[in-house]
Design a protein. Structure first.
Lengths: 421, 482
């Protein structure tokens, strides 16, 4: 017989087990559910706190249980791990969510689980938490459910009714990586689960368009997470997988999680984490794919098919495509402006708006707080910009590469977060 | 030069309407914050417009400016009323689309202030921490918060939508607001010590905070930029930040030390020592040296698969038992006898099959056992199920064996361990037996009871299971020889 654990012990075990999930988004759901008494999902997601690892706390991110029948090597909860185990009841999670929410600690719940008994049983338990919150407590806050691949279709349908976002973790970038580290999972099953969710979202949108007023299905869409650096798979493959997911399954977001040493790690895994900067470069490249009109082949400029860790991917591309530059900020198209290193999407928007009234000078760009040290070698402005001569310099790379001091994790993390490259 | 003190946004609007009407340019007027003191010059010569004048001086201002001005009004900067009036003057006299030119110095300044307000409002939504108080059987949630700017009125409606079904109060040094589930009520500012000092739930919240923190990545600067230290005094979780940081290096070291499992699998040995094409005899020879998992330490020897290379049926068991371990051959004990009988009944010649196990070493536990039948009293080697780690380390042997059996058509899994190794965890014999299904090891896979499991079954169902084993073996025979 297992000793009765206190709620505090369970929380410490099941929060600890959930922290390797990078996703924290709580936005994109549109308006709050009708009839809610506690909780809302209007506007942007709010980060209620930050932990010393620099990550935000937006949702109560926990596992229903960390018992699991699977044996994924990168995962602290795999069946062969000696990690301490716990399991919440549905009521415990419901109450914890409400208690935290009412004190304004959180935006909602991100619930995931180890797989107990089988996929259907586990999925049914997760859905019950969301349903109880919505129906018995009229909770209108954000709910993200991590669905279990292989669970029955009707369970997924019900999950989407109560949750704002559903996700299925792709876990590792390629089928080979999965075979090596998560032999019991397979990519086709994961992709099928994602496609199933996508089809339901599409169907729901169609019905809404036809004014049939069906209940919303996962209004904040679906997302996934990939672990980076647990296998030698290069960045290009990782980004290709992400790009396929954005177009094929129309995911809202792909999260990259640098493999981090976990307690009770399997000896097969690398003992050290990959440089955190790699994760940030991937996020930067991800933004280029989604908002800057780049495709994977353009981003993959290095022979080893990895991203340059020293400079951001847009700058790396520009150095390979010198003949694309200089770009005249007063005449160039939006697409061309987006390709200038150091000028982010928001700055491009401002440039376009200012251009209607006056021609831009170098000082104007500086006032817009573009990364001038990077941008100046690539642009023509109304006044004389001597730095543009650098384009013909054989040592352009050294000139535009940020000095060591500036290449702090903080800076790159910041750009990755805001997507301003 | 005229000086006018402004009390609030509505007041500012009224004043500037008059100023614009009187064509008093921003250079000739000072709009100052009313700080309770009487202005040096008094407000006597204030050009207060009559109602008629106001109507006649209706001028159109871009809506974007009005909402911007309303926002900027919350800012604590004393220069805001002047800045707003100057910008308004320039919009009317210089450039109607001035706000779109974000590089203009006044616009730049306004944009910056607007951003500060928006950020402050956002931080208020994030960092207000309610404490639960019970009074007369009813629960109230009360928070004390100190925003940088005067934003309570902008943000309060958000809280009333979010916590619609709750009685709550937010206290700030400037003013306070309460929600009784129907409407907002405004009150005086309150110092911090008058707010509730305690909520039992905060311990649980700190537990969550401590455990969601990943000590392997420490980025204090990032945390402080998003959660400025000046807000920490009202965040219950901030109390433990120092302790968490101090303990982080130790926790990381502990994680790195606490590795589990086996670094290698049999695949490492096979690829290091054999060059393809593989043969069964070479594999069998090499397997004697396998140390991929720790089972080799206690077992007598490796018990490798046996059977002809042309075998069309492969039988996969769990692991060698006590007698198999001593004999070095699989299925020689009582379970082997049962298998032999069942095979004969099904018309299957075991000698023509390839027979092997998922795990090639015997796993056991030593127990004190009383004398039983022919066995003397003493230590007994009690069979133990191999765990997922041992299976993972050993499975490459089975996969290599399969690759050396070009004629193999049907794979029979005997028991749950074999089935789970082939078809994934959670699959049950009961659900799978009696039919052919496809797995990544064989297009035609059959699952059936392990003979040892049949021997251990209660009398009532033993015969049924034995018959089912015969039926399943017969299914294999029919599939291959039909």
């Amino acid at each position: 017989m297992e000793r009765q654990q206190t709620l505090e012990t369970k929380l410490s075990i099941l929060a600890d087990a959930a922290k390797y999930d990078a996703s924290c988004a709580s936005s994109g759901s549109g308006s709050t559910r009708k009839g809610s008494r506690i909780g809302s999902t209007e506007g942007m997601g709010i980060c209620h706190s930050y932990t010393p690892d620099g990550r935000c706390i937006s949702l109560l991110k926990i596992l229903l249980t960390n018992y699991c029948i699977y044996d994924c090597q990168y995962c602290v909860n795999r069946v062969t791990s000696d990690t301490p185990r716990a399991r919440f009841t549905v009521e415990e999670i419901v109450n914890l969510t409400l208690d935290f929410y009412k004190r304004n600690y959180i935006e909602g719940l991100f619930l995931s689980s180890g797989i107990i008994q089988n996929s259907d049983y586990t999925m049914e338990q997760l859905t019950r938490v969301a349903k109880t919150l919505r129906t018995e407590h009229r909770f209108g806050g954000y709910i993200h459910l991590k669905t279990i691949p292989g669970a029955a279709d009707e369970l997924m349908t019900e999950a989407g009714l109560w949750a704002d976002r559903l996700s299925v973790n792709i876990e590792l970038p390629t089928e080979m990586d999965l075979q090596q580290l998560a032999p019991e999972k397979n990519k086709p099953e994961i992709i099928t689960a994602m496609t199933g969710i996508k089809d339901k979202i599409d169907e729901n949108k169609c019905e809404r368009k036809a004014r049939k007023r069906p209940p919303k299905f996962a209004p904040a869409g679906q997302s996934t997470q990939m672990i980076v650096g647990a296998t030698p798979t290069p960045d290009t493959e990782i980004l290709r997988t992400a790009s396929d997911l954005y177009t094929g399954q129309r995911l809202r977001r792909v999260y990259y999680s640098a493999y981090s040493p976990i307690p009770h790690a399997d000896a097969q895994l690398p003992g050290k984490s990959p440089p955190l900067i790699r994760e940030h470069r991937l996020y930067q490249a991800d933004w280029l794919l989604r908002f800057y009109g780049f495709n994977v082949d353009e981003i993959a400029v290095r022979e080893d098919r990895n991203l340059d860790l020293e400079i951001d991917p847009k700058l790396a591309w520009a150095l390979q495509q010198r003949d694309y530059f200089p770009v005249d900020v007063n005449t160039a198209s939006r697409e061309q402006l987006l390709r200038i290193p150091g000028i982010g999407a928001r700055s491009v928007q401002r440039i376009l708006s200012i251009r209607r009234h006056k021609r831009l000078r170098t000082d104007d760009l500086k006032k817009l707080r573009v990364a001038w040290k990077r941008a100046r070698s690539f642009v023509i402005t109304e006044d004389y910009n001597p730095a543009v001569a650098n384009l013909d310099h054989s040592d352009l790379r050294t000139i535009v590469t940020p000095k060591k001091k500036q290449l702090s994790l903080f800076d790159t993390f910041d750009t990755a977060l805001r997507g301003e490259l | 030069m005229q000086t006018i003190s402004i009390t609030d946004y509505a007041h500012w609007r009224e004043i500037v309407r008059g100023l614009i009407h009187s064509e008093i340019s921003p250079q000739h007027v000072q709009l100052l914050e009313a700080n309770g003191q009487q202005s040096l010059f008094g407000d006597a010569d204030l050009p207060s417009p009559t109602a008629a004048q106001t109507r006649s001086t209706t001028f159109r201002v871009p809506p974007k400016f009005l909402s911007l001005a309303e926002t900027i009004a919350c800012h604590r900067s004393g220069s805001r009323w002047n800045l707003l009036y100057r910008t308004l003057w320039r919009i009317l006299h210089e450039h109607r689309s001035l706000l779109e030119i974000e590089t203009d110095d006044d616009v730049l300044q306004l944009t910056k202030m607007e951003k500060q307000i928006r950020r402050d409002a956002h931080k208020m939504k994030a960092f207000v921490r309610f404490r639960r108080v019970e009074q007369g059987g009813e629960e109230f949630f009360i928070a004390w918060h100190q925003p940088d700017h005067r934003i309570l009125r902008r943000v309060a409606p958000f809280f009333s939508r979010r916590f619609k079904g709750m009685n709550w109060t937010i206290l700030t040094p400037d003013e306070s607001v309460s929600w009784d589930q129907t409407s907002l009520t405004w009150g005086q500012g309150v110092p911090r010590h008058e707010a509730p000092a305690f909520d039992q739930l905060e311990d649980l919240w700190r537990t969550y905070y401590a455990n969601i923190f990943n000590p392997a990545r420490v980025k204090v600067k990032m945390m402080k930029s998003e959660m400025p230290v000046r807000f920490w005094k009202t965040l219950p979780e901030a109390e433990i930040i120092a302790a968490l940081l101090a303990d982080a290096p130790r926790r990381v070291d502990e994680m790195v030390e606490k590795h589990e499992g086996f670094a290698e699998t049999a695949a490492d040995l096979i690829t290091a020592r054999l060059t393809p094409p593989l043969t069964l005899s070479a594999l069998r020879e090499l397997a004697r040296e396998c140390t991929a998992c720790s089972l080799h330490c206690d077992a007598t020897q490796t018990v490798f698969g046996i059977g002809p290379e042309q075998a069309r049926i492969v039988l996969l068991g769990e692991q060698p038992g006590d007698q198999e371990d001593l004999a070095g051959k699989s299925f020689v004990g009582p379970a082997g006898e049962l298998l032999q009988e069942a095979a004969e009944a099904a018309g299957l010649r075991l000698s023509e099959c390839y027979v092997t196990n998922v795990v090639k070493h015997f796993k056991f536990k030593l127990t004190e056992a009383p004398a039983l039948g022919r066995q003397p009293r003493g230590k007994r080697r009690l069979h133990q199920k191999p765990d997922a780690r041992e299976i993972r380390a050993c499975r490459p042997w089975f996969e290599a064996e399969l690759s050396c059996l070009p004629e193999a058509q049907v794979l029979i899994c005997l028991g749950a361990t074999a089935l789970n190794a082939v078809a994934g965890p959670g699959t049950r014999i009961h659900d799978r037996r009696g039919r052919i299904f496809s797995t990544r090891h064989s297009q035609q896979t059959i699952a059936t009871w392990h003979p040892a499991a049949i021997l251990r079954s209660p009398d009532t169902i033993r015969d049924t299971k034995r018959q089912q084993l015969i039926d399943d073996l017969k299914l294999a025979v029919d599939t291959v020889f039909a």
